[in-house]
Structure formats: C-alpha cells, structure tokens
Design a protein around this ligand. Structure first.
Ligand code: TRP
Length: 358
C-alpha cells in the first residue's frame, strides 16, 4: 500500500467514525459493538478513562456490547501464557467495578468459544500470504516482540476478524493501530460472500464492520512517557490509595514553579494537570490556572487527592468482587454460554453457505 493510499484510508475511517459517533445516540440499537482486551497485564488508569469509560457509555446508551477477553491473542507475540488466569480475573473485576453490567454486556473468552475459533479455517482461505505479511501493525508488533514470526502472529488479524464476525458486530472501538485489522475484517466478510455465498438469499452472512476510533493515550505514565510496567510509571486500578500516593510522589516534574498546561514543552507536568482535570471533570487549563505559582508540590497534592477520590468507588467495588470468586466464575460461565450460542448459530450459517451442512 502506498503512503497516499494509507492516508486516504485513514481519513475515510475518521470521517466514518465521527459520523457513527453522532448516529449512535440517535439509534443505539442499530449497532452491535465488539471490543476486547488481551489478558497480558492489569488495567491501569489509562484504560479507566479511555476504553472502560467508553464501554460503559456505549452500554448505557443501549448499544448491544460484547466484550472479549482475548486469551488466545496473548500467545501471538510471546512464548508463554504468563499468569493468565489471574490476569483474566483481574480484567473481569475491573470491568465489573467500572460499571460493565453482565446483564447488558456479554463478557466472554476466546478459548471457551469453539465455534468462534472454527471460523478461522474458512477465513484463512480468503486472505493471501502477501496480504498477511504486509500488515503494518503485525510488522511493528513483530519487531517489538523480539521473537521469530509464528503462524499465529502472522494470522491473528484473521482470528480477530472471527472475533468480530462470529457475533456479527458492526462496530469496533479501536485505536488507529487497529485500522489494518478492521480493513482485513471487511475484506474477509466481502470475500466470504463472493466466494462461498449466503445461507439465505439476499443477505450476506457477515456485515461490514466499522472502526469507532478512540483517542490514543489520554494520559501517560508518571514520568511523562508511555505507560509501561517495567518503567514503574503505571498506576494500576488494583493499586491501593497508598500505593497510588507513593507512585505519584515519585512522578517526574520540572523546576518551573509556575504550573502551565503545555504538553509539548512540559509533558510531565501537563500529564499530571490533564489527569487532575479528568478526575475533577474540569479542563487542564482551569487546573493549571488554579495551581498557578503553587509549584509541583501543590499539583501533586491535588492530583493525588483527586485521583484517589475518583477511584474510591472502583476500588471498593474491586475489593468486594475479589471476595466472591463464585460470582466471577458465574459471570464468565454465563457470558461464555451466550457467546457459544451465538457462535454456533453463525457457524451453522457458514456451513449452509459453504454447502457443508450435512
Ligand atoms: N488486539 C486488541 C488489543 O490488543 C484486542 C482484541 C482482540 C480485539 N480481538 C479483538 C479488539 C477484536 C477489537 C476486535 O487490545
């Protein structure tokens, strides 16, 4: 793909995403959303103000929301599963504590939905080796992974198409890096229709899914750089108020006592200002003005109090939820059951379209 081509595809995606964002409020029932996380670590405050808040918003608008814990996708770019079970439950607890209601949103796990995974087989027949190899997101993830390309790494965008299409989702909240995957999902849906046909005349088996673009990192780590556990700059949602206070105490600032909101020249200070604004439903400019000449000390005190206050309910809910493993298991069991029923139905249509219903 040429750069010009990529650019126009990005612009199209942005335009369409904005359009849908406006339509969502008017007609929430026209959409089924599929969103998910890889259980590779614990969620942090970036997720809290970003993807989690957005999912709760969609759920409360009345959009049919499916949330996937993508455990098979953990083994795309690493050579082991890690403490995966703990991470799955940590994700689930954060979903529920943040206000995801399992009666409204379906929470389920890759490895528990055989019929979803089976879609991978016909889907793989619809993409070429060259298409798989030129996916820019896979290329950069391969570089970061530092391990040789596995068959799963190369083909996981096809698996992701199965994630989206098994439940016929037509809207996928993602960051820009995921646009090539959504594009592949659309290609697969189209080619399936062209090559294998339909289960019933007049209606393609799979919809054309759109990206709902979510803004990238709203907040950075406490040193003003991208959050990363190894850098110790992350505030996880599972941390206590005390741990949060300690982490913020170590936050990087600068020597200018006059606090301003200047993300370009003062990224560390700006990040703390932005975080305070998010917690207090204010604007970064208003927060900076409020601190004025109070310096980094006053800024940190404000951020610490505002964040701990904002997360109090989430943390309390978290502590209650982890005490009730039976409930957590039942949420997953029920979500998996619902997802299995949907996946089986879709797979039946796939078999019918492919003349494989024996
Ligand atoms: N790749 C996504 C991430 O890294 C997770 C994911 C898996 C996903 N399957 C998906 C996202 C399907 C959207 C649609 O966070």
């Amino acid at each position: 793909m040429t750069q010009a081509h990529e650019q126009s595809s990005l612009e199209r995606t942005i335009t369409r995403s904005n359009q849908i964002n406006a339509e969502l409020e008017k007609d929430p029932q026209a959409y089924r959303v599929l969103t998910g996380d890889r259980p590779t670590g614990n969620l942090h405050i970036g997720h809290y103000f970003g993807s989690l808040a957005n999912r709760v918003r969609l759920q409360e608008l009345g959009v049919d929301t499916c949330i996937l814990i993508a455990d098979y996708q953990v083994i795309t770019d690493r050579d082991g599963v890690g403490p995966i079970k703990d991470r799955v439950y940590s994700l689930l607890v954060d979903y529920l504590a943040a206000g995801i209601d399992p009666a409204k949103s379906m929470i389920f796990i890759h490895s528990a939905i055989p019929a979803l995974n089976q879609l991978m087989l016909p889907f793989l027949s619809l993409v070429s080796d060259a298409e798989l190899r030129r996916n820019p997101t896979v290329k950069s993830e391969l570089e970061d992974a530092g391990i040789p390309m596995s068959g799963l790494m190369l083909t996981y965008p096809v698996h992701q198409a199965a994630d989206i299409l098994f439940c016929k989702a037509n809207l996928v909240p993602v960051g820009k890096d995921q646009i090539p995957h959504i594009e592949m999902c659309r290609v697969i849906a189209r080619r399936f229709d062209e090559r294998y046909g339909r289960a019933e005349p007049g209606k393609p088996v799979f919809p054309q899914a759109d990206a709902l673009l979510t803004s990238g990192a709203l907040i950075l780590g406490t040193d003003g750089t991208k959050m990363s556990k190894s850098k110790g700059n992350v505030i996880e949602l599972g941390m206590s108020a005390d741990e949060t206070t300690q982490t913020l105490k170590k936050a990087v600032t600068d020597s200018d006592r006059h606090i301003t909101y200047d993300p370009i020249n003062r990224p560390e200070v700006a990040n703390l200002v932005a975080l305070a604004a998010l917690c207090l439903d204010s604007t970064p400019e208003a927060i900076a003005e409020q601190i004025g000449d109070g310096g980094a000390g006053k800024l940190k005190a404000l951020v610490t109090e505002a964040l701990n206050e904002r997360l109090r309910g989430h943390r309390e809910a978290r502590l209650e939820l982890v005490k009730d493993q039976g409930y957590l298991e039942s949420v997953l069991r029920e979500g998996n059951q619902r997802a299995c029923a949907i996946a089986e139905k879709t797979l039946d249509e796939v078999r019918a379209a492919m003349s494989m219903a024996y």
